[in-house]
Design a protein around this ligand. Structure first.
Ligand SMILES: C[S@@+](CC[C@H](N)C(=O)[O-])C[C@H]1O[C@@H](n2cnc3c(N)ncnc32)[C@H](O)[C@@H]1O
Length: 187
């Protein structure tokens, strides 16, 4: 508990990621992983194997992108770093342990960004005046990526934005449209 509180207080984090719970989730992910390490092991091994298989036949060099790098639990960073000239890790925030892991390699870059670009727009909207923002994903200048993986990110993308909509725009018809399928599946 103390460890989690310290991590929450000391992790560098953009204001919006803190405000909308991404930092809390990141800290909770670390705590769950420490508690359930043995149970998660097959899943983690499977993720590492998936990435190893995916890059096996690629020529060495070029750039790799990991979207949703999180705490690097599911990401075999040494393997990627050994294989590519540059590895870009993208997440809403990067913990100190990830920063340290990246620093060990000279060519692992951390990009702090919302891959949907939707959160800032949602946050700016006054309560009750929901109009769904056009997605504005971050610009990733430079050479094309030779390899890109979304590391268990896709399923997470709607969670926090839907939570913002639920809290700030509950009464809007658009919010009803988004909530409808979730509510009906919950009965
Ligand atoms: C299930 S966790 C992935 C864990 C990670 N692959 C690992 O090995 O530790 C999902 C990750 O997606 C990130 N995430 C969620 N929504 C995001 C967004 N819109 N843009 C960037 N990252 C996002 C979260 O911060 C979290 O780290």
């Amino acid at each position: 508990m103390l460890r989690e509180a310290l991590e929450y207080l000391t992790t560098p984090c953009p204001f919006l990621a803190r405000r909308h719970g991404y930092l809390g989730e990141m800290v909770a992910l670390g705590a769950r992983h420490r508690r359930q390490r043995a149970v998660w092991e097959p899943h983690v091994a499977c993720c590492h194997r998936f990435i190893a298989d995916a890059i096996r036949d690629l020529p060495k060099g070029g750039r790799a992108l990991v979207a949703g790098s999180g705490r690097l639990i599911e990401v075999p960073l040494p393997l990627l770093a050994e294989r590519f000239d540059e590895v870009v890790l993208v997440d809403m925030l990067h913990t100190w342990s990830v920063r340290r892991a990246a620093r060990r390699f000279g060519h692992v870059r951390l990009l702090t960004a919302d891959v949907t670009g939707a959160l800032a727009a949602l946050d700016r909207m006054p309560p009750g005046s929901l109009s769904l923002p056009d997605p504005a994903p971050p610009n990733l200048p430079g050479e094309r990526f030779a390899f890109a993986v979304s590391c268990n990110l896709l399923s997470q993308l709607p969670i926090m934005p839907l939570d913002v909509i639920e809290r700030k725009h509950r009464s809007c018809p658009e919010a009803w449209c988004l909530r409808g399928p979730l509510c009906s599946s919950a009965g």
